[in-house]
Ligand binder design. Structure first.
Ligand SMILES: [Zn+2]
Length: 216
């Protein structure tokens, strides 16, 4: 596999697309390799079977031009913070050797899997650097350049923190992002998440004085 510039972690099959899909579209359009690691199959969701959700996530990743893998931790809605999980994630970071890592924010007011995964990834980026960990001996230690957090929903945006806004206003990027969200057809049944995320990006963009943006 190509060394990704950007390694992105999602607790559920649709988190990355809805939380920061526009940024992914922008990165891959710019020729940078992006890899997704999804830490459940969405089996606790109200709509869609795990099989459907995995298929939707694969389709969405292909639309965005990203590669994707699924890992097993504790399962959807059961994620716990354990050193074994952080080590497992650190091993992925060492194997793929990304520059930038993206994870869900650490805000507690959101799906508990999201912030717990954010903490596990934060810990893992540190463990990936430590030379003496016997569980990680298979690959040499690796220091990433940046860790950024994305908010799947506005509730997950840290209060008082200045967001990093990325301009995703080119129509081509918005179209690709929209198509990636639409690929999660099973998640469109209750409320219009897609319109919600587009509107959220618009507001962030108006604040930043460009036509569309998303925070990460
Ligand atoms: Zn989620």
């Amino acid at each position: 596999m190509t060394t990704p510039s950007l390694l992105v972690f999602g607790a559920h099959p649709d988190d990355i697309e809805f939380g920061c899909g526009g940024i992914i579209a922008r990165e891959t359009k710019a020729g940078r390799a992006v890899h997704f690691v999804i830490c459940s199959r969405g089996e606790a969701g109200t709509h869609g079977t795990p099989k459907q959700r995995v298929a939707e996530a694969k389709k969405a990743a292909a639309i965005l031009g990203a590669t994707i893998e699924f890992i097993e931790l504790d399962g959807d809605a059961h994620l716990e913070i354990r050193s074994a999980h952080a080590l497992k994630i650190a091993a992925i970071i060492r194997r793929l050797r990304p520059g930038i890592v993206l994870a869900p924010t650490l805000e507690h007011n959101q799906h508990p899997d999201h912030w717990r995964l954010g903490q596990l990834v934060r810990d893992a980026t540190r463990l990936a650097r430590y030379g003496g960990l016997r569980e990680l001996k298979k690959f040499p230690s690796h220091k990433i350049t940046h860790l950024f957090f994305y908010a799947v929903t506005p509730d997950a945006e840290p209060a008082g923190a200045q967001p990093v806004l990325i301009d995703i206003s080119p129509l081509e990027i918005v179209k690709t992002w929209t198509a990636a969200m639409e690929a999660h057809a099973s998640q469109m049944k209750t409320s219009n998440y897609l319109e919600f995320q587009l509107a959220r990006a618009k507001v962030a963009g108006m604040r930043a004085l460009c036509s569309s943006a998303i925070s990460q």
